[in-house]
Ligand binder design. Structure first.
Ligand code: ZN
Length: 257
């Protein structure tokens, strides 16, 4: 082997090494729809994230008045800070399924200095496990019902986190329609997004920012969906299937902050 060839080989080796060290694959946003249903019908799921922050009473009151079922992804942080909101949810567990959104709202990406939308991820796998398991304990302690679904802060995951969450026994809850981009969208945009909902869609919105337009926009959009004959199911009643081909609808970076 001549020197030039050897140098090329070294270059390739070096590039490969630096790829494996530095160019970790970016985290993915998981997109899901309802798995095929036994009985036909226009079923959809509304999921509401309670990241940190406050309780959007207008939104929850609207759901109760209109008998709309929803799955709430709550963090321990939110549950600790919002006893009044929790009391309302607990009084309506016929409508609301409460699932795990983590202990402290940390994205499911592992590695020193890794971030999602500027929010730091987990330094190692032990911290990720704690985020998932302590979030679940908090939900069970607060509601008396153990969660089976997990949605990480920002809705993004790396490969190692996906494996770990699965090993811990939780199903990852993606979505197909991002209604409010972390409670940052205007009322009319939220309405427009909800009017495009199709049977089988999983909607994500937020119930932790009462100052946002989310409650108002969702009220109009959800009323429209009810009138159109859609039936709202909770994630404890159904299963989800991944739709990897779907173009990403990115969650806003300020989500839940
Ligand atoms: Zn969140």
């Amino acid at each position: 082997m001549n020197l030039v060839t050897m140098n090329k080989l070294f270059l390739v080796l070096f590039a490969l090494m630096s790829f494996s060290v530095h160019a970790e694959p970016p985290p993915v946003e998981i997109h899901d729809q309802l798995a095929a249903q036994a009985e036909p019908g226009k079923k959809i799921a509304l999921t509401l994230d309670a990241c940190s922050g406050k309780y959007d009473a207008d939104l929850i009151d609207f759901l109760i008045q209109n008998r709309i079922s929803a799955t709430i992804f709550a963090t321990k942080k939110w549950l600790d800070r919002n006893p009044q909101g929790l009391a309302v949810i607990k009084a309506h567990l016929d409508l609301f399924d409460v699932e795990d959104h983590g202990e402290r709202h940390i994205p499911a990406v592992i590695g020193k200095d890794r971030t999602v939308y500027g929010i730091p991820g987990e330094p190692d796998v032990v911290h990720l496990r704690r985020e998932v398991v302590e979030g679940a304990h908090a939900v069970e302690k607060a509601t008396g019902v153990a969660p089976h679904w997990y949605r990480a802060a920002t809705g993004e995951y790396d490969a190692q986190s996906i494996r770990e969450i699965d090993k811990l026994g939780y199903k990852i809850a993606g979505f197909s329609v991002n209604a409010d981009n972390g409670a940052t969208l205007k009322k009319l945009t939220i309405e427009k997004r909800l009017k495009q909902v199709k049977a089988g869609d999983v909607i994500i919105a937020h119930m932790n920012k009462p100052q946002s337009d989310s409650a108002e926009g969702l009220a109009v959009g959800l009323a429209y969906l009810l009138k159109s004959g859609f039936v709202f199911v909770r994630l404890d009643q159904v299963d989800l299937k991944e739709i990897p081909e779907k173009a990403p609808k990115r969650v806003d970076g300020t989500q839940g902050r």
